[in-house]
Design a binder for this molecule. Structure first.
Ligand SMILES: CC(C)(COP(=O)(O)OP(=O)(O)OC[C@H]1O[C@@H](n2cnc3c(N)ncnc32)[C@H](O)[C@@H]1OP(=O)(O)O)[C@@H](O)C(=O)NCCC(=O)NCCS
Length: 177
């Protein structure tokens, strides 16, 4: 084995995986700012902000796992489960998966994903869902490598209603004077 591979394996062994705690929230948020800014919207309809991290912490803590190297958080996965009224199936939604650029291509996301999948299986989930931007090739390769397929296309449309909002405000201000 060459020494580069040897170093990589040593590093991999030093990475620990565990459930997120309240003390991790800030670090996870800042790591997300770093990894999700490269592709502006890794999944097109959500934006990464501190409220998102807090929401997962409050509602889905059991599906929030972090990867830690020394005292730094270098990766995380955040997800949730969804049960639909008209379906007996329980779905698991992997919403955010991110790995610090210095630690990418070392199997960190794979470890996070496998742990996430185990938790989902234990929770009775039968189908996993991920979504990502069509141009996010790293993520697409990653998810395909781990068995995701059958892509469904969605189109997100936007409508700027800011002018209407301003008109409404002016109207209301006029009423109050
Ligand atoms: C996608 C991401 C989580 C992968 O993390 P990682 O720790 O590097 O992934 P792993 O090392 O566990 O897996 C590597 C596999 O993922 C795929 N992959 C990862 N980066 C890739 C890249 N830049 N180009 C092509 N394939 C890539 C490949 O299939 C690769 O397998 P290989 O090394 O045998 O070719 C990471 O690139 C990332 O954080 N991206 C930014 C955030 C993001 O887009 N998240 C996903 C949507 S929420």
């Amino acid at each position: 084995m060459d020494s580069e591979e040897d170093d990589k394996q040593k590093l991999q062994k030093m990475i620990k995986y565990r459930e997120m705690t309240i003390d991790d929230l800030g670090k996870v948020f800042h790591l997300g700012e770093k990894v999700f800014k490269v592709q502006k919207a890794p999944n097109s309809y959500r934006t990464w902000d501190e409220y998102d991290v807090i929401e997962f912490f409050q509602n889905d803590l059991e599906f929030c796992i972090i990867a830690e190297f020394k005292n730094d958080i270098i990766g995380f996965v955040l997800g949730t489960t969804v049960s639909k009224n008209n379906s007996a199936w329980k779905y698991g939604h992997l919403v955010w998966l991110g790995v610090h650029p210095d630690f990418q291509r070392m199997g960190v996301a794979e470890k996070l994903f496998l742990k996430f999948k185990t938790l989902m299986l234990k929770d009775g989930v039968r189908m996993l869902i991920v979504d990502t931007d069509a141009e996010n090739l790293a993520a697409l390769h990653f998810f395909r490598k781990h068995g995701f397929g059958n892509p469904q296309q969605h189109i997100y449309l936007t409508m700027n209603i800011d002018n209407e909002r301003n008109r409404l405000k002016k109207k209301e201000n006029g009423k109050n004077h």
